[in-house]
Design a binder for this molecule. Structure first.
Ligand code: 0CN
Ligand code: SF4
Length: 324
């Protein structure tokens, strides 16, 4: 018998890596194998320091813009999962760079939607967070002025389009499902003709992880989201936990970040992880609790995920050629 207090951990499922993140990391890994170091990566491939540090140790060089990459390099450059403005591949082509696009196919789908709406003569409303790389990438699919960014219900109420009867709506993929539906409601009531895809563009992974937290958070004393502060989908999970009435709903990047005072006296804990957070970090957090508590871990499954995305053909071909 240990003298440790008992702690029941409810582990959200699904949690952690989504298909887009898995693919993006695989693209960097395979590129390093095929072309050797260095491989340049524009922006954090996914928003997780542990992932980025791990790839950096294998020879990936992270930059924010292409102009940080030396002129004339033959090393490939990879665009992150969040997508890029059209000017980025254009610049890469102009500089004769070899690039690989790790943009999640679900983000590319939004880019294509925006382009189609523009071809049909509509102006576009994008719901998203200003300054987020996905928003910069999506807005950069069209010339300035064609896409208006809406961040809040107040923005939607104040929005004054030049042609209210000729609008289309697209969204960032990693938003709060509930906040977005409130904004969509305002836009639809103000602009009944607005063209919306069957639903907003929030991806399956974002939706499923929020749904799991909604189920788990009301059952526990505290909620931990393993993730990073610059990860939109992870930050949304913290909010969902708070709104579900959890007294403590916090983000933790690594076990070392845990503020033990916040968890004093708890007997149950919910744990999830953002779409860019590796499972090793979840295990590390559980292990840290297991040092102080007699933990029991139960999995709370709210959805099954069986989605996987293909990697770019050039890597598949190289993979085949090298006999892997
Ligand atoms: O954390 P991520 O790298 O990105 P955001 O949630 O900040 O968009 O997760 C991958 C998501 C994508 C694209
Ligand atoms: Fe793609 Fe969604 Fe994952 Fe982003 S969170 S990489 S959109 S599956």
């Amino acid at each position: 018998m240990t003298g440790k207090p008992h702690l029941k951990i409810l582990l959200c499922a699904p949690r952690g890596f989504c298909a887009g993140v898995d693919r993006a990391i695989q693209i960097v890994d395979l590129a390093l194998k095929k072309f050797g170091a260095p491989v340049y990566v524009r922006h954090e491939i996914v928003h997780n320091k542990y992932v980025v540090d791990g790839l950096r140790a294998k020879g990936a060089v992270f930059v924010e813009e292409l102009d940080e990459i030396p002129e004339g390099t033959e090393a490939p450059v990879i665009f992150s999962a969040h997508g890029v403005a059209r000017s980025v591949p254009a610049e890469a082509r102009h500089r004769n760079m070899f690039y690989l696009d790790a943009t999640c196919p679900l983000v590319t789908k939004v880019h294509v939607e925006a382009q189609r709406h523009a071809e049909d003569g509509r102006d576009i409303v994008l719901i998203g967070h200003k300054g987020h790389p996905e928003v910069i990438g999506t807005m950069g699919q069209l010339p300035p002025g064609r896409i208006s960014l809406i961040e809040t219900v107040a923005d939607a109420e104040a929005f004054a389009p030049r042609d209210p009867d000729n609008l289309a709506l697209v969204t960032q993929t990693t938003l709060s499902v509930d906040d977005t539906s409130a904004i969509v409601l305002v836009l639809k009531s103000r602009f009944p003709a607005i063209s919306v895809a069957h639903k907003e563009d929030i991806c399956y992974a974002t939706t499923n992880r929020q749904e799991a937290v909604k189920v788990v958070a009301p059952q526990v004393d505290a909620m931990i989201v393993v993730g990073a502060p610059n990860s939109s989908n992870s930050m949304r999970l913290v909010e969902v936990g708070e709104r579900a009435g959890c007294r403590v709903s916090v983000m933790v990047q690594r076990a070392g970040d845990i503020d033990w005072d916040q968890f004093a006296g708890i007997t149950s804990l919910g744990i999830t992880a953002g779409a860019s957070a590796p499972e090793q970090l979840v295990e590390e957090v559980i292990a840290a609790f297991a040092e102080r508590y007699a933990v029991s871990v139960e999995i709370a499954t709210t959805a099954e995920e069986h989605i996987a995305f293909n990697i770019p053909r050039v890597l598949r071909e190289l993979e085949a050629a090298s006999g892997r």
